[in-house]
Structures are given as C-alpha cells and as structure tokens.
Design a protein around this ligand. Sequence first.
Ligand SMILES: [Cu+2]
Ligand SMILES: [Zn+2]
Length: 207
Amino acid sequence: MKVLVVLSAVLCVALAKDQPKKAIVYLNGNAGVTGNVTISQPSCTEPVFIEINAVGLAPGKHGFHIHEKGDLTDGCASTGGHYNPDKVSHGAPNDQVRHVGDLGNIVADENGIAKTSYSDTVVSLYGARSVIGRAIVIHAEVDDLGKTNHPDSLKTGNAGGRVACGVIGILAPFEEAEEECSSGQPALVFPAVTIFASFCAARMLVA
Ligand SMILES: [Cu+2]
Ligand SMILES: [Zn+2]
C-alpha cells in the first residue's frame, strides 16, 4: 500500500511536470468585441506563450495589456491600471523598463480580426507574480509604448478606452506544487505535494 502511494505520487508529479500551466481568458465588452486569449508556460524559468483571437475590432493597432485586478463588476473600467508590481514607467514589451502587464499592441485586419501569438519573458503564471486572477484588456486606440510626449504616454501608453476584457483563469493543470519558484511560501510546498500525491493515489486506487 505504502509503495503504491509513493509510486503513484512520483508518477503524478512527473506527469504534471510534462504539461505546461495554461490559463484562459474570455474577452467581452460593450463594444461588440469578443475573443479569447490563452497563456501557457512550461515552467517558471521559461517564457509564457500568448495566443490571441479577437473579433469585432476596428482595423488597426490596439493596446493590449494585463491590468492589475480581475474585477469586472463595472465592466473593463474596474480592472484597475496596468499590472505594475515594480512601480515603474509604462513601456514596450521589449523594453528594460516596462510594466509587467505591458504587452504592446495587437493588430486587427480589415475584417476586425486579430489573431496572433508571441512569447513574453516578463509575464508569469508561477509564483508571487502570477497573473492568474488579473485581467487582460484590449483598448480602442494604439498603445504608444511610452514613446510620445502625451502626458499619459509613460503611464498608460495613451491607448484610449477599453473595448474588451476578461479575467485570466485557470485552464490546466495547476495542482503541481511550486517548489522551483521560491517566491511563494516554501512552508506550503510539502503539504501541497502531499495533498496532490494523496489525491492521485486515491484516484489510482479507485480506478
Ligand atoms: Cu490597458
Ligand atoms: Zn503599462
């Protein structure tokens, strides 16, 4: 019995490590824009991969950010500002100085469709800076990436109104303990592993 539990625990942890963490965002708003975003990350030391599908946009560039709150009680207006734990200036995704949430612009084609994907090395689904529970926001206008003289350039990129947003939710799998991300609370790692292993063992025994 004990051997079975240990073996199944090892197997479950190994299986969990093979799968990247994945998050999903359902985008909606008052402007007829809908879509979804998936964010996946194989481990806390690797970049996230972000895939965006949105329809109903005005053709052209639209600011695309992670905002700090997953609060949609007042629509996209209640998602707060750009997620910015370091309290630095707004910038472009490739800038040294940027908000964690600064993902630049997405481009809608003549049919209002934006379908794109890219990697980002600052956003994470792991540890204390995980963006799970925060919000993705698409803006009406172009994010100037902090490069113009507009008074809001270094705060928001002057990207205008918020045409769609959604909360970054868990897709799969998040049961794994975050032992390799020391930014969390180490005291919780052992209990989390034990609980996960017990769950896996119980499921194997039932099957
Ligand atoms: Cu924004
Ligand atoms: Zn920003």
